[in-house]
Design a protein around this ligand. Structure first.
Ligand code: DGJ
Length: 345
């Protein structure tokens, strides 16, 4: 082949390659991005489809090797007349697979189109083999103050709405969940008239709230509890709507108290690094036990775009503190968490 022909052939091959690569690129949806191997607090957190995770005000349960994350599904494509709960699963707490829109309901109690369904939490009852979902149900002025219950026989199945009630006959707005090391299940709920929050044991079938364990005399919402080395740590935020505030915690050696004075989990001027508590996850590994703060950084004007602030906390001997959010990773087998310097991929 003479040099002119060789040049033309090479150029043709190059152009073909460029077209092929462009065609492959076009085959990917515009939103598809590779999920990060790190947890990047405050960044967009993408699921296996490359779509931002919709599990706000969430709750997480651990079954076998899998964690399931349930939360408010606030996608922009949702029907505005309905409220949604989404479910994701993960074996490493970093990569999350979208499982299902496990609840999509229109006004279940004639509360008006702007009814509220927030902070869903799912408990697995080993006796009945049912998954029982608790949610905060309200009207648009937050005056109903009830919990609603829905059930499913599959973790990521479609949950059937059952009823709504005031736990222990008390007003209940934000709810949290706590499952103790012995498997017993508790609902945490904020009750405004009494200026505090309750920790209450669920009934044997989890379909109702049976017994008050503690009344914590501090008006706090976003309640979460972890049990570590014989001490219970209860965490919550003050009541400032969607605006972040300095979240606080107290400790007790029994769920029935007495509880210590509340203390800040982060420098108060950071307003908990602009987040609000939702859950504390305990990861007991072969080398260590880590506790992860799960918080929401709300964007009230675009709730779907609210971000997640997850960070391993420094915890022990009655102290709990939330470090400044930065990228980190976790090995769920060993329980070891590692802060990774902020170098974007
Ligand atoms: C704070 C609560 O924690 C949220 O779940 C939500 O109810 C907002 N208040 C509404 O203002």
């Amino acid at each position: 082949m003479n040099s002119a022909k060789f040049f033309i052939a090479r150029t043709f091959a190059l152009v073909q390659t460029i077209f092929l690569l462009a065609a492959l690129g076009a085959a990917q949806p515009a939103f598809a991005q590779k999920p990060s191997d790190l947890i990047r607090p405050g960044d967009r957190w993408l699921d296996n489809r490359g779509i931002q995770i919709q599990a706000h005000g969430g709750g997480i349960i651990h079954l076998g090797k899998t964690w399931y994350w349930f939360g408010e599904g606030r996608s922009q494509t949702n029907d505005p007349q309905k409220k949604y709960v989404a479910c994701y699963s993960s074996n490493d707490l970093v990569h999350w697979t979208f499982r299902n829109q496990v609840l999509a309901i229109a006004d279940p109690e004639n509360l008006g189109a702007r009814f509220v369904l927030e902070r869903p939490k799912v408990f697995y009852n080993a006796h009945t083999k049912k998954f029982v979902m608790y949610m905060h149900l309200d009207n648009s002025s937050y005056k109903l103050a009830r919990v609603a219950v829905a059930v499913s026989s599959k973790v990521d199945g479609t949950y059937t709405y059952v009823n709504s009630f005031r736990p222990l006959g008390l007003e209940s707005r934000d709810i949290g969940q706590f499952i103790d090391d012995d498997g017993s299940a508790y609902l945490i709920f904020e009750s405004r008239p009494t200026h505090g929050f309750y920790i209450a044991k669920l009934s044997g079938d989890y379909m109702s709230v049976e017994k008050q364990m503690s009344f914590v005399n501090a008006p706090l919402e976003g309640g979460a509890i972890v049990h570590l080395n014989g001490l219970y740590y209860a965490l919550g935020s003050h009541l400032t709507g969607w605006r972040a505030n300095p979240n606080v915690y107290a400790t007790a050696s029994s769920l029935s108290g007495p509880w210590s004075e509340m203390q800040n989990i982060a420098p108060p001027e950071t307003n908990t690094y602009d987040s609000q508590s939702s859950m504390l996850i305990k990861v007991a590994g072969s080398k260590t036990t880590s506790v992860i703060y799960v918080g929401d950084r709300w964007t009230p004007s675009a709730l779907w775009d609210s971000r997640y602030i997850w960070m391993p906390v420094e915890i022990g001997d009655g102290k709990l503190s939330l470090p400044q959010p930065q990228p980190w990773k976790i090995d769920v087998r060993t329980g070891v968490t590692t802060i990774v310097p902020d170098v974007k991929p």
